[in-house]
Design a protein around this ligand. Structure first.
Ligand SMILES: C[S@@+](CC[C@H](N)C(=O)[O-])C[C@H]1O[C@@H](n2cnc3c(N)ncnc32)[C@H](O)[C@@H]1O
Length: 212
């Protein structure tokens, strides 16, 4: 299952020890507010997809139990270091976001923050997220996405370098993929809240699955 994942795995492993230091400025200015937003909505048993170095861990309420998956053993090792400092109960697992090793309806909440920009296939990842979410569960997404024009032109230019080099996408819109999935007559997804910030570059999505 893990073999199906990112061809940029080596890069994530290599940069894991310095990742938090290198992104500290971004974290303070742009990312931490979305982590707080996520933490106010997460509840119960929570799966975090592509957890990276575990930057969300301090933001979960104490009564949430987190299962964090990531393809990179290096990033997971950094996240493991954060678990002891956080009040939240958490376990980590090396797994591919597009083939999640859990049964259907296993989680109350599924979280993906600044993760769908890096996974190889947004739709396959969202399909997996919705499969493991129980009826009445919450899907919480926050990511950097294609922003307003003309900023988006610059993002397309950046993509030309970052996508082949790092697998990092700046012009994705996971919300549009989720809306397409939600439009399927068999889908039980309801998009409850969306917001865009910072010239449209950050997008947050709170969706739920219909309670049966
Ligand atoms: C930007 S970093 C993590 C960000 C983290 N979610 C956060 O909020 O700070 C992106 C992560 O995606 C992981 N990743 C990329 N492709 C993946 C896949 N197919 N399955 C699981 N994790 C993946 C990388 O290993 C990396 O840790």
């Amino acid at each position: 299952m893990v073999e199906a994942g990112s061809r940029h795995l080596d890069r994530w492993d290599r940069q894991a020890p310095e990742y938090d230091t290198r992104t500290a400025g971004l974290e303070r200015r742009f990312l931490s507010a979305s982590r707080r937003w996520m933490g106010r909505r997460a509840q119960g048993t929570t799966l975090e997809i592509a957890i990276g170095t575990g930057a969300n861990l301090p933001y979960y309420p104490d009564d949430v139990t987190v299962t964090g998956i990531d393809l990179s053993g290096g990033m997971l090792a950094e996240a493991a270091g954060r678990i002891s400092d956080a009040d939240t109960e958490a376990r980590l697992l090396r797994a591919d976001a597009t083939a999640v090793p859990f049964p259907a309806d296993a989680f109350d909440t599924v979280v993906a923050t600044f993760a769908l920009c890096s996974v190889p296939d947004v739709e396959a990842t969202l399909v997996e997220a919705l499969r493991v979410l129980r009826p009445g569960g919450r899907l919480l997404l926050a990511d950097h996405v294609a922003g307003d024009w003309p900023l988006r032109l610059l993002q397309y230019a950046v993509d030309l370098v970052t996508v082949p080099l790092h697998g990092e996408h700046f012009t994705r819109r996971p919300l549009l993929v989720l809306r397409r999935l939600a439009a399927d007559p068999d889908s039980a997804v309801i998009i409850e809240e969306t917001e865009r910030l910072g010239f449209g570059i950050i997008e947050r999505v709170h969706a739920t699955t219909l309670d049966s």
